[in-house]
Design a protein around this ligand. Structure first.
Ligand code: FE
Length: 196
């Protein structure tokens, strides 16, 4: 068990990174989320809200909000998967976030794509839950895991949280669903900042 680390008590918008993340959601976050009927911002809010309602820690709520931030910081267009490109957004997002957040935020983000490949390999019926854009990207991401790969995945720190995040992610593509505002979830983001 890891020791609890000090949490920030500074109000969210006082942190440059929290303001920067808010600006990303209000800017590029308005872009459509893959082939779905929602924008990136709405998808992020719905994912974070599902995490909160499931009793997730602030770090997992922050990871849920930020899991697709890699889509907001690349220059590959609105839907690279439709062009046959894997934007590796889980890696770029986790690397970006690592400057300010610890592994309790970055690892679920990094592993949320492997978690989809894991769930498709280990849970009958999971594949059928995937939205069309997720099916397209699954093929580009390597398809369902093989047996050895699922065993190594299970052993990774953060794998269980990544699987939880993945389930929040999958159900967070509902057009018109009302959620609490971005500022609400930025509190969890601020509370999850690594102590300086
Ligand atoms: Fe997502």
């Amino acid at each position: 068990m890891t020791a609890a680390r000090p949490r920030s008590t500074v109000p969210p918008m006082d942190h440059d990174i929290v303001a920067r993340l808010a600006a990303l959601f209000e800017g590029r976050g308005q872009n459509r989320y893959g082939l779905t009927a929602v924008c990136q911002r709405a998808h992020a809010l719905q994912t974070a809200w599902r995490a909160e309602r499931d009793g997730a820690t602030p770090a997992l709520i922050a990871a849920a909000l930020l899991h697709d931030v890699g889509h907001l910081i690349h220059d590959l267009g609105e839907d690279p998967a439709a062009e046959g490109l894997d934007d590796r957004h889980e890696e770029s997002g986790a690397q970006f976030l690592a400057a300010w957040f610890g592994p309790d935020v970055t690892e679920p983000v990094r592993l949320h794509v492997p978690a989809k490949r894991f769930l498709c390999a280990t849970e009958p019926g999971y594949f059928a839950l995937l939205a069309p854009d997720s099916v397209t990207s699954l093929a580009l991401q390597g398809g369902p895991m093989g047996t050895a790969e699922t065993a190594s995945f299970r052993a990774l720190p953060g794998a269980a949280e990544a699987v939880r995040l993945r389930r929040f992610d999958e159900g967070a593509k509902l057009a018109g669903l009302e959620t609490p505002p971005l500022t609400h979830f930025l509190l969890a983001v601020a509370a999850s900042l690594r102590a300086a």
